[in-house]
Design a protein around this ligand. Structure first.
Ligand SMILES: Nc1ncnc2c1ncn2[C@@H]1O[C@H](COP(=O)(O)OP(=O)(O)OP(=O)(O)O)[C@@H](O)[C@H]1O
Ligand SMILES: [Mg+2]
Length: 574
């Protein structure tokens, strides 16, 4: 795990190396102080030499000040390395996610990606910082203090042979139990994020259905789960601390008992006993720090595992090397295409076979869930066909440079979104270098200029996150305009005028017919009126093509089409 993440430390390697090195100087200070203390007692006080006491005292203070400054400096370097490291990983993970295909996103959900990129990288940064400090400082302190203790009185120091193994075994046992709890804690945080995301993004729907209670209950359940798991993990850890304390004080008591006897006997000096006890404290403190560190490191390991999972997910749709960058024309062929969603067991598309000539206007109609959206997502390679071949301008979509393909096959997705910024910013997504004239042209084609021109700030009008300050129909028209900005060879509208009134819908289609003559347009719609005048209509049913032809032909040949048409006519008549 460390090997996989280490490269992200590259930029902060000096901080990461220096921080532990200079902390050793701090440890030396800590080790030296008790020794000086014993000199004061055994030499200074014993000889009643005030100037000696003053001299050693001054030395103690200077060492402490120097050690403090060094400790601050080392902490600062450690923090720089830890948080810099986390930020590098965060950036890399974010970049990686941008390359994820729709199929990748079906497998790793957005909510867990958010937790991994925020919470987990943060934990990792903190643990790294601790590693640079504690994981170096504590073992050094432990070893040097042990050496000093043995030097002062080897027989008394044998008490450690009992205490240290006890502490190590205890910590190990607790960690073994705590580890799965930490893993669980992270996935519980995922759960909470998922519920928050879903209910906050859909908060307007939640309110209109009076589902606040349900949303609250759902949240409460996830929140309680997290609380319970955290409590379990923390209780386990906090019981360790008092137990370690008990060990420390028993140890001191034992040393005072036996050491006291030695002092009375005259085989040990008073100052030596005092410094011995200080070393015990240091040994015990560093052991406690180490065991605390290992617990944090366990948490960090759980997070690291989750981050590596993101970093190692291979985007399953990648651009080929030297992919074709020009889509010659707008013709489209599906050859025996089958498709299955990654997490589903059934085929969403079965044996799809059809051809669309360049410049044709095609309608797709069919009941909801009949895989209309699935079908068109294969054209710009948002998903790859599981079997068969999808061709654009006579070439397999897999041969195109992905960016070029998606620029020239422009889709208005059924679940489209606008982004925070101005209307102009949103339009520029389609063509970064466009001037206002082109933006206005696209807005006019999509029948959006009507309302945009009425804004005092026009194209500079602000779009809230998700476009919530526009009506559904306005949002759809802006999305269509944004797609037009790309000058595509193929334009696909997935149910993109569902919220637009029939008259405006007709106007949009009339504009397309007039001006976008060379462009292949595919319009998915629920209303027959939206596709009636298309050159060709594909009728979808349960993932298969039920029939294909123009309106008049389909009325003759397709029962499904006839039913859809007559049900909508009836709707109009009543
Ligand atoms: N990301 C996904 N993962 C798994 N299954 C999916 C996914 N998206 C859609 N499906 C399933 O694929 C089938 C076809 O869905 P699709 O969205 O293509 O239908 P549609 O014809 O566009 O419907 P609508 O008219 O309601 O938009 C449905 O049964 C749906 O449950
Ligand atoms: Mg759909």
């Amino acid at each position: 795990m460390i090997k996989k993440l280490l490269p992200y430390m590259e930029k902060y390697k000096w901080q990461a190396i220096l921080s532990p090195i200079i902390i050793i100087i701090d440890v030396m200070g800590d080790i030296f102080i008790p020794y000086l203390m014993s000199l004061i007692v055994d030499v200074g006080i014993a000889n009643q030499d005030l100037s000696y006491i003053f001299k050693i005292g001054l030395l103690m203070i200077s060492i402490t000040i120097a050690a403090t400054i060094i400790a601050i400096f080392s902490t600062r370097l450690g923090a720089e390395a830890g948080f810099g490291f986390a930020s590098e990983i965060r950036r890399e993970a974010y970049k990686k996610i941008q390359d994820f295909s729709f199929a990748n996103l079906d497998e790793l959900h957005t909510s867990t990606l958010i937790t991994r990129i925020t919470n987990d990288t943060n934990t990792l940064g903190q643990v790294t910082m601790m590693t640079l400090r504690m994981a170096v400082r504590s073992p050094f302190l432990l070893i040097f203090a042990l050496i000093m203790a043995f030097r002062i009185n080897a027989s008394l120091a044998r008490v450690f042979l009992v205490v240290i193994p006890l502490m190590v075994i205890g910590t190990f046992l607790v960690l073994k139990k705590a580890r799965p709890l930490f893993d669980m804690m992270q996935s519980r945080v995922d759960d909470i994020n998922r519920v928050i995301r879903e209910n906050l993004i859909g908060i307007r729907v939640v309110k209109s259905f009076n589902r606040q209670d349900y949303a609250e209950d759902q949240f409460k359940e996830k929140n309680d789960n997290l609380q319970a798991t955290s409590l379990e993990a923390i209780s386990l850890i906090v019981t360790v601390m008092p137990l370690l304390n008990l060990l420390v004080y028993s140890c001191i008591l034992a040393v005072l008992w036996f050491g006291g006897a030695m002092v009375v006997e005259g085989s040990m000096k008073k100052g030596a006993l005092i410094s011995f006890i200080t070393y015990i404290m240091q040994i015990m403190m560093s052991l406690m720090m180490l065991s605390n560190y290992f617990m944090q490191a366990t948490r960090g390991a759980a997070s690291a595992k989750r981050i590596i999972e993101v970093l190692e997910t291979e985007p399953d749709i990648v651009s080929p090397e030297n992919g074709i960058t020009l889509v010659e024309d707008g013709s489209i062929d599906f050859k025996n295409v089958c498709f299955k969603y990654p997490l589903s067991s059934e085929l969403a598309l079965k044996d799809i076979d059809f051809s669309i000539a360049s410049g044709e206007r095609v309608g797709i109609i069919g009941s909801t869930g009949s895989s209309k959206s699935t079908l068109i997502q294969l054209i710009p390679r948002l998903y790859d066909a599981s079997r068969g071949q999808v061709l654009v301008a006579g070439r397999d979509v897999k041969d195109y440079d992905i960016k070029a393909l998606r620029d020239q096959v422009s889709v208005v997705l059924q679940t489209n979104t606008l982004f925070s910024g101005t209307i102009r910013d949103n339009m520029l997504w389609g063509d970064e270098g466009a001037d206002d004239e082109k933006i206005i042209w696209a807005l006019k084609k999509a029948q959006a200029w009507d309302f945009v021109k009425d804004y005092e700030d026009g194209l500079g009008h602000l779009v809230e996150q998700g476009g919530t300050n526009f009506s559904g129909g306005q949002r759809q028209r802006l999305s269509i305009a944004r797609s037009l900005m790309k000058n595509p060879k193929v334009l696909i509208l997935d149910d993109s005028t569902s919220a637009v009134d029939v008259a405006t819908d007709a106007k949009i289609r009339a504009e397309f017919k007039k001006d976008l003559a060379g462009i292949t347009t595919i319009i998915i719609a629920q209303r027959v009126s939206s596709v009636m005048d298309a050159d060709k209509i594909i009728v979808m049913e349960k993932g298969q093509i039920n029939a294909m032809g123009n309106h008049d032909a389909l009325l003759e040949t397709s029962q499904v089409y006839k039913e859809i048409y007559s049900s909508q006519q009836k709707g109009l008549a009543s």
